[in-house]
Design a protein around this ligand. Structure first.
Ligand code: PAF
Length: 282
């Protein structure tokens, strides 16, 4: 597997692939790859001839006081995992390559509405950072397909909107959330959990699943379900940001007639901020 750090040389390789009639899938990541990321690479493998994985800890999506400096950077480990998974190319640019202006991060891409609710309310500017870096990656790689994990459902919704609004000729494919045996969604941030917190962490998944089960069984008192979910988390020692039942397409608060719902949660446990979600069809 080739590792490329410069946009110009990435484009040269991509040009050769395209010239040979090959299609390209992009899997954007922050690195510190775990099996969840590898499952996205495997999904990409089924969608295109060639796979580009980007590893870039994107500074613009971290707010003041968040874990940008501490975020685990494990490029050698990532390279080994990607080689085993059969990715052709690792794109690992420096910050200056992605954001060349010395004064500031330059053009901001913003998806209004969706970016300021749920996680956006608690992490102002986060989704502008995500949309800005994903737009840059789409422009640099010009992939036929881009694969994102469903674990960050709000991010996935924002990227779908971005793709549609800006007419990017790329198919957005969602990869299912991978979980530990006890239900905890795989995440790089799980490593911030102490052993005691790690034992508690699956309560997040259980609370979301219980809410999903009740909705499928016909429960309609959304406010009561949300309050119960939040109380379950508080009782277990979490500090929830939100526990919310939304329309799965636009992430608006769920209405009685909505058939496609998503239960979304974000909560702090010790140093870790964990997110999870569950889709509900009824
Ligand atoms: O989900 C992530 O890992 C990041 O937000 C992404 C999409 C790679 C953008 O930096």
């Amino acid at each position: 597997m080739k590792t490329i750090r410069k946009i110009a040389s990435l484009r040269e390789t991509l040009r050769a692939w395209r010239h040979a009639g090959q299609t390209v899938a992009l899997v954007p990541t922050l690195g510190n790859l775990h099996q969840g990321h590898i499952s996205l690479v495997e999904l990409a493998r089924r969608q295109a001839d060639r796979i580009v994985v980007s590893v870039f800890v994107n500074p613009t999506q971290f707010g003041p006081g968040e874990d940008y400096q501490a975020y685990p950077r494990t490029l050698d480990h990532d390279r080994r995992r990607l080689t085993r998974a059969g990715a052709e190319l690792l794109f690992a640019p420096a910050v200056e390559e992605m954001y060349p202006r010395a004064e500031d991060a330059g053009t901001v891409v913003s998806v209004p509405g969706l970016s300021s609710i749920l996680c956006g309310e608690f992490r102002p500017g986060h989704f502008d950072g995500v949309a800005s870096v994903v737009s840059r990656l789409f422009n640099i790689v010009q992939p036929d397909v881009a694969v994102f994990g469903q674990k960050d459902y709000q991010q996935l919704t924002i990227i779908r909107r971005l793709q549609a609004d800006l007419h990017y000729p790329v198919a957005i494919v969602a990869g299912p959330t991978l979980r530990e045996a006890d239900g905890l969604a795989l995440s790089s941030r799980n490593q911030y959990l102490s052993p005691a917190e790690r034992r508690l962490a699956p309560v997040l998944y259980r609370a979301v699943s219980e809410c999903g089960d009740r909705l499928r069984a016909g429960a309609r008192d959304y406010a009561a379900l949300e309050a119960h979910g939040k109380a379950t988390l508080v009782a277990a020692g979490f500090r929830p940001d939100y526990f919310s039942i939304r329309n799965a397409h636009g992430l608006q608060p769920a209405q009685i007639m909505d058939r496609h719902l998503v239960v979304l949660v974000a909560a702090h446990l010790g140093r870790a901020r964990l997110i999870d979600n569950q889709l509900v069809e009824r």
